[in-house]
Ligand binder design. Structure first.
Ligand code: GLC
Length: 478
């Protein structure tokens, strides 16, 4: 099969969220299974020179946006280590900005990206069997493929898959964007792209794709209902015949405590004493008393409300009465940044807050802590809990979306499990789940056993990449 995977971001080139981790690792896993797969992303100015040096321009052409005739350059990334072909779409007017998103013309910018990608297939004579688009930034691609196919047989047999990584971000713009896109108002209906008299790019992806997926089975169920549906539950239910959940994995080569160069002491299930040495390093770095027996609780996250920080705020004083240490790494809403700074001041020997993000440092936090908190309000899949488990750090999560599907709650009778969980979005349920974890921590043997189970749980792309390939195959003969 010939597959094209389109995303707005992909690691290691450019990353603001979990989408980039998936776009950076899933295509690789699919390639390893023997399929041909090409990745396409915009050439943002933030993409580092070390990558740009390896890019060659293969072609340029023009994209018509209303009366404008806009330049689209295609650059190919050439690196022997890379099995996946990567193309970048270049247009400095749209992609040379201070950040990736949040501009007055985001609608137009991503119309351009989507249309340029679809034109590129023909320009490069790269006729894919499957185009796999992701999140609102690529939501118009399934629609363009259908639209182009009306006038050009080249596009007739191309099938599209659309993956929702987060239903909350939808790409909603004034309807004028349709004229810029060159798309007929016949698509502007309730069953189509219309959304409260505006245009919704995510909805376009939902409606016009041949197959719709989301990043865990539980999230695929949840989004049919009001609480999780973000006002799209109706259209999701209308399209549920083609909706499936396929859980994300992580790249086990990058996240490997045995070989990770970002941590001072490599470790495995056979030498957990090195994990404790990482704890001491973490305590040094974060100015906390160095003691390998104190349980260290960590948070590595964007500091936004959907990650459950209101629950944490509510119980933090009570939790910090325990003999624990608490570390935070991440940036986000001012409200939560200030809250952690305040607690770091109030409990300077117990809580250490690092309001920035640094990949290398995050690996030390995963490796050096004991318990990882992720009490999200909703979580399509979640990646941090997978990394935490791989590094033997026990997740405490709320049972929603991918958290529910990837963390097996500890069973004190059978000792099975890989973490702790609670059901309701309630601060004391979170506190009790943490206290359960802290109680078990006191029993060194049982704790170590749980750590080993978490580290042995398999959350790489092995199974899910096969599920995607099967899904693609099922579309071919339709
Ligand atoms: C989004 C979701 C997260 C998911 C990621 C990758 O960031 O919020 O839950 O893991 O996408 O699919």
């Amino acid at each position: 099969m010939d597959i094209v995977y389109v995303s707005s971001e992909a690691a290691p080139f450019i990353k603001t969220g979990g989408l980039a981790d998936v776009a950076g690792s899933l295509p690789k896993a699919i390639r390893e299974k023997g399929e041909k797969i090409t990745l396409v992303i915009p050439l943002y100015s933030q993409i580092d020179d070390k990558f740009r040096e390896k890019m060659v321009k293969v072609k340029h052409f023009f994209v018509d946006l209303q009366w404008r005739h806009v330049y689209a350059g295609i650059l190919k990334y050439e690196d022997e280590d890379n099995d996946v072909d990567v193309y970048f779409i270049d247009n400095e007017y749209y992609f040379k900005r201070d950040g990736l998103y949040g501009y007055f013309d985001d609608g137009e910018r991503f119309v351009f990206f989507n249309k340029a990608v679809c034109q590129m297939f023909k320009e490069l004579n790269l006729k894919p069997d499957i185009v796999h688009a992701n999140d609102w930034h690529t939501g118009l691609i399934p629609l363009y493929i259908k639209d182009f196919a009306k006038g050009d047989s080249f596009y007739k047999n191309i099938k599209t898959v659309f993956t929702i990584h987060n239903l909350k971000y939808q790409g909603v713009f004034d309807k004028e964007v349709l004229s810029i896109a060159g798309l007929s108002f016949e698509y502007f209906t309730k069953d189509g792209i219309e959304y409260y008299d505006k245009v919704n790019f995510l909805k376009a992806g939902i409606v016009y794709s041949d197959s719709l997926t989301t990043v865990s089975k539980t999230y695929a169920e949840e989004i049919r209902y009001d609480f999780y549906g973000e006002n799209l539950q109706g259209i999701i239910r209308q399209n549920e015949y083609k909706l499936v959940g396929i859980v994300n994995g992580i790249d086990y080569d990058i996240y490997n405590p045995e070989t990770d160069k970002n941590i001072p002491y490599n470790f495995s299930t056979n030498n957990l004493e090195n994990k404790r040495k990482n704890k001491i390093e973490l305590q040094k770095l974060y100015n906390l008393p160095q003691d390998e027996n104190i349980p260290v609780i960590s948070v590595v996250s964007r500091l936004v409300s959907s990650k459950g920080f209101d629950l944490i705020r509510y119980i933090l004083d009570e939790l910090l009465k325990e003999d624990i240490q608490f570390v935070v790494l991440g940036t986000g809403d001012r409200e939560y940044e200030d809250m952690f700074k305040m607690y770091a001041w109030k409990y300077e020997n117990k809580l250490s807050a690092h309001i920035h993000f640094n990949q290398k440092e995050s690996h030390l936090v995963y490796a050096g802590s004991d318990i990882f908190l992720m009490p999200s309000l909703f979580e399509p899949c979640g990646i941090s809990q997978l990394i935490a488990m791989r590094y033997g750090t026990i997740p405490v999560v709320r049972e929603t979306g991918g958290l529910k599907d990837t963390v097996i709650p500890y069973n004190r009778y059978t000792s099975e499990g890989t973490g702790f969980s609670f059901a309701n979005y309630n601060a004391h349920e979170l506190l009790f789940a943490i206290k359960d974890a802290l109680n078990l921590y006191k029993d060194k043997d049982k704790w170590e056993n749980l750590v080993i189970q978490a580290m042995k749980a398999k959350h790489d792309w092995e199974n899910s990449s096969i599920e995607y390939i099967k899904l693609y195959e099922s579309l071919l003969n339709k």
